[in-house]
Design a protein around this ligand. Sequence first.
Ligand SMILES: [Zn+2]
Length: 406
Amino acid sequence: MALGPELALSEIADGAIVAHRGKIVDLGPTAEVLERTTPGPDTRMIDAQGRAVLPGLVDPHTHMLYALDRMDEMELRHQGRGYLEILAAGGGILKSMRDFRATDDDTLAARLLERLKEAVASGTVALEVKSGYGLSLKEEMRALGVIEKVRKLTAFPIVPTLMAAHALLPDVEREAYLKECDQAATRAAKAGLAKAADVFVEEGVFTPEEGRRLLTHARQAGLRVRLHADELAPSGGAELAAELGAVSADHLTAATDEGLAEMARAGVTAVVLPGTSFFLHRAPLAAERVRQAGLIAALATDCNPGSSPFRSMAMMVALAFHQNRFTVAEALTMATINAAHVIGEALSLGSLTVGKRCSLFVLSGEDVRDLVYRPGAPLAWAVVESGRVLIGQGRPTEEVATWTIS
Ligand SMILES: [Zn+2]
């Protein structure tokens, strides 16, 4: 696998970081940094006491804006019912659409906020949030408005993606809905409410031809383009991502080797979603296939009510190691700099570099392998976002406590 811009993890034993106005201005061995630094009266010192300090984790693929859980569906699946059967009974994404439409903006924002806080508590310092449960022009624009509200309230780096093409409702005419998706892309780009557009290209959802049309329009409107590709069956999604030169193709558990190789040649990042494979008891995308194809890969939660309710990127690092068989260094690279690249923030996030945001994940222990050795443990001793301490001594700080929807 190509690890991307930073080819290997580098470690500073006994290091220090200096930040000013939210950005890293110096870092290196503590003794050297202290020699170069003159603390002012307002300088705040945090002694991590030998703990491991990592770049904060970046989650580049979430559907975190949803109204209600789908625990009943989880139990039905456990009893052996298939997704199509659940969908035919009005469950699945149809339930999420109904729940979304029946929930007011403030309630949706409050729920997004709670999930965001949970993500932060496990080391996330930036994330993507997709629309995609509104499934009409009006409701998709409402979704983007709620994401924007939470972004403004928290000043947290939330990167919004329009995913009107998440599903086609059974009572909606195909061509009419494709036109609504185009209109949503035009409006979202104009209003600055989305940075990217995403289309679910899969057998039974949107065809590669429809994906090409929607994403070509979205790109012309000024959005970056991404795809949900080949999750259930090889559906031409990886090949389309390569053809379009998309930023990423995500899922890929059923992609062909040729499709993956085409993505690698076109520089498309593969976003690996181990939470979904885990939660649906499906075979994960093997690290070896990603390496063989020479792909740049990133890691994400896919946080959504149906197939991956995870909010923790730390947990994804653990799953990527144990399930997909990525190395610790690969999984960390995928969850930091490569994930930052997918949301268009590689120049400001994803590594500890002078000039980038001071966004840090400080572990409770001194060894980064704790992330894969103790999956699910509360491992954040501190989380710093652009110089703001959001988690301190393992607990949310006062600033996070003020993030509430009245
Ligand atoms: Zn997804």
